[in-house]
Design a protein around this ligand. Sequence first.
Ligand code: GAL
Length: 674
Amino acid sequence: MTSQQYIPEAFLFGGDYNPEQWDPDTWREDIELMKRAGVNTVTLGVFSWARLEPREGEYETGWLDEVISLLDEAGIGFFLATPTASPPPWFTLAYPDAMPVRADGVRLTHGSRDTYAISAPAYRNACCRIAGMLARRYGVHRRLRGWHVHNEYGTLDFGPHAAAAFRSWLRNRYGTLDALNVAWCTSFWSQRYSDWEEIFPPVATQYLHNPALSIDFRRFSSDEMLAAFTEQKREIQRSSSAPVTTNFMLPTWNHLEQWSWAEEQDVVSIDHYLDSPGPDGDAHVAYGADLTRSWADGSWLLMEQNATGIFADGRTYTKTPSRMIRNSLGYIARGSQSSLFFQWRASVGGAEQWHGALVPHAGGESGAFATAERLGEILSSIAEAVEPPRDSPIVDAAVGIVWHADGWWALETPHLPNDAVTYADEVRATHRSFWRAGIPTDFVRPGGEVNRYRMLVVPCLYVTSDGVADWLREFAARGGTVIVTYLSGIADENLTIATGGYPGRLRELIGARAEEIHVPEPGEVVPLASGRTGSQWRERLVLEGAESTDEYSAGPLSGLPALTEHRLGEGRVVYVSTHLDQESRDRFLAEQSALAGLSETVPGAAERRVEAIRRRGRDADYVFLLHHGTDPVKFTGDGRDLLSAVNLADGLTLAAGDVAVVRVRGGEEVRVVP
Ligand code: GAL
């Protein structure tokens, strides 16, 4: 467990700065605008490789020296990126074998970014060389805040270098081919391997791949990228003691096993982009932030967000100023030490010329820039909150949602009973319900530390490793509530199904078993006796100690149990055998939370669509109030809003879209005026 605390002197504000796209006059204007907005941090060099090393081994750093000295004079700190996400064109010609091969066998070439074969020795060496050069040159600069290695690791390679590295990863994991053959169940379809060289990454083949091979390839790819990261980190650490991070990204794809990656970060950082312009965007902020805080087990950095746009389904919607501020504070409330953006100034050319920025195409005299200035003021008024508490979590959550990349990857192996079910949908729907109820949540690694929780939710934990059932049983026996959903406990780490009924490895825990799965048709509603509805999945359950708490009320399983409860020691294990629709899930999890004695951070706030989060600080706590709704809401209690300087005792009215950060001490409380 990492338990990280990254404690700058104030919240970091700024973003990716790409001066190589601009002339020196614009740099000077940039610095003036940064000072105006209160920017204290930029990230330099994320995509600067071609500019820093225009020909192999020849470095040109004069331009960067000049930019850094301008920032230095203005008192602005910087993260320095290693530019290895975007090898320059000369690299392709010199090392064509270091270009990635896609699963369909096509070898890519330069022209975009992220085009590298992660296992190619030429690529790895070139990365270490340029990282080392940068570290030697800038590693002890007084304004250096940290190292931003690479950018969003995530290019999968299926080519010959990857094949060789995959084989040695497999040797290491299984020791012998016999063990691999058993683990992968290669007796199916005549796949028995008699030489390591016979094994390939899951490249185009006639029909389905072996799921065990597919998931191992995902694990290998994550480990291989992590090895590339740690190589650069070690190279940097020869000349610099500044903290090292790489920015994670969690959109609709996920190529990293974040728990193991987090252990290698001095501070965990993430890029986060909303995927919907509607109210769900606010829940998405909380989801990204809670995940990252949990990976970090402490404070963390928001490395990028979009200042002005929300990209969804081929359109960029305008992010309102209110949302920009609410979302920025949403991350901070949940443990971020920064509000950094991609990017500082909107590009006029290149592939992302239409991407939002703190300085839009309209320039510094614009509404968007005024919003950036407003955010700068807000962050400076809440600077005291940056110090995390000494001995307690930065956000206190009593619910842990069990999360692991294995679950994501397992559900992506094709030909499950219902391929429409995705891990991300199930996990996000669960998190969304707690968010809507105003109940703080963490994410938990299977087998992790759970003493601080009263409830664990286990959504679609298809891969259930040895020990996880005992871990959950002990949690329940000590008085905890465990909520397990369908598609959990199905298989071991090799995706071998546990026989005797689903959820195989968790059958005794839930006190029931499913003999059959009855997948509904697309769009089919699965009604339950309680009035709840589900979809996507249903199971014929046989009770073995648990009791039924809700039944299917129509269809092939009408009258049979759909939800069950099993008393274990002092606690309870609840099983949900269908994919509950969002409204039903909201009600169900709110009821379960009430039974487990969980309460809303500020009772009554969520109903008025005010998100309330309590971030703990060194000497006080800070209750962030983010008003996502439409009608004014009045608060009372103790404490003082650091933004308006209003004492809560005098009544604080939040207009729709507004925000407050209330400093409270000891037992002071914030309450909604009914
Ligand atoms: C991020 C990436 C940035 C930029 C941004 C656009 O994932 O790190 O470089 O491309 O997306 O939203």
